[in-house]
Design a protein around this ligand. Structure first.
Ligand code: FES
Length: 339
């Protein structure tokens, strides 16, 4: 038996999928090329939270942090756990464009690989099939480590798809890391690399107010893609400020590109801050040391943050302690994988 599930997206688009008995909504949607935003797939993160507007279903297994009893009582569910037992209408609090890109696998060739700094590689992949790839600026792909079929790594696209048949990434050099070892020792133009994607719920929403971007290390990558998109859209009606934090001067990359964005987007500004007290950059310390009221517009600001978990937690704590209630706060944590 299967059920008809209507997915109503935030932008008003409705899509119907069939959901087999005992299948979750996330799995059914995914099988039919619709990627509902999710992270853990275990009922723990709440990324997939949706609102069931009609129908019968089981809530599945989850933790209270992800779905409270009040929410469950008022029709909310976790799409990664929800199993329909009748036809349903489900509101997905995300635009259809964010979900409409079916996960696809691409066999690509390395067009270019360069070590931009001790800590960062730039990787460019090419394939005719990539000309049709669509992703939202800020999203990521999984790259399979060549020769290690069961190992893949998630990296944010560092440019939007307008570059024809190529995509680019910034990749952190992790000592002892499988991908880092491949890139530094074996990767060469023409080599094959399998990419799956796009994925992720960290993407640039429609810009209705000032935007503050906070990047840590290679967490700069998704912002480069977002800024590419803003340039392609003809600029921004609202100010955009980026604070780019790194550990040492040697970690600073893509400065020329950021400077080019300041010329292409009149309302875009950026600053670099470096933890190392011997840095030649004037701003030293962590990103949180350089968050100023002028960046926060008394909370009328959309904040995007991408960096390692301690940075994400420090920024969230800073906002809490200073009673800054931003209009929206989107973040992406990344942690290095070795094995
Ligand atoms: Fe994390 Fe569903 S994806 S709760």
């Amino acid at each position: 038996m299967s059920y008809s599930i209507a997915l109503n997206f935030e932008d008003g688009v409705t899509r119907f999928i069939s959901c087999n008995e005992s299948e979750t909504v996330v799995d059914a949607a995914y099988r039919q090329g619709i990627s509902i935003p999710m992270d853990c797939r275990e009922g723990a993160c709440a990324t997939c939270k949706c609102r069931v507007e009609s129908g019968d279903y089981g809530l599945g297994e989850y933790i209270e942090d992800a779905l409270s009893q009040d929410e469950a009582d008022t029709g909310y569910a976790l799409a990664c756990q929800m199993r329909p037992s009748s036809d349903c209408v489900v509101f997905i609090p995300t635009g259809s464009e964010a979900c409409g890109t079916k996960q696809q696998s691409y066999v690509t060739r390395i067009k270019d690989v360069r070590q931009l700094s001790d800590s960062t590689f730039a990787l460019e992949l090419q394939s005719d099939a990539l000309s049709a790839l669509a992703f939202l600026p800020g999203q990521y792909a999984n790259l399979q480590v060549p020769g290690e079929a069961s190992h893949h790594r998630a990296y944010s696209f560092s440019s939007m798809t307008a570059r024809g048949d190529t995509v680019t990434f910034l990749i952190r050099n992790v000592p002892g890391g499988l991908m880092s070892g491949f890139l530094s020792e074996r990767a060469a133009p023409g080599g094959e690399l399998v990419m799956n994607g796009p994925f992720g719920s960290f993407y640039l929403r429609s810009m209705a107010r000032p935007v503050l971007m906070l990047a840590g290390g290679t967490g700069l990558a998704p912002f480069l893609a977002m800024l590419d998109k803003i340039v392609a859209a003809g600029g921004s009606a609202h100010p955009i400020h980026l604070i780019y934090g790194v550990n040492t001067d040697r970690d600073v990359v893509e400065i020329e590109r950021l400077e080019a964005f300041t010329r292409a987007i009149p309302d875009f500004t950026f600053e670099v801050c470096v933890v190392d007290t011997n840095s030649c950059y004037p701003k030293k310390g962590y990103v949180t040391h350089h968050l100023e009221p002028a960046h926060l517009y008394d909370g009328d600001v959309d904040i995007y943050l991408c960096g390692p978990p301690p940075m994400v937690e420090a920024v969230a704590q800073h906002l809490r302690e200073n009673s800054i209630d931003a209009a929206s706060f989107h973040f992406e944590k990344f942690a290095p994988s070795i094995s």
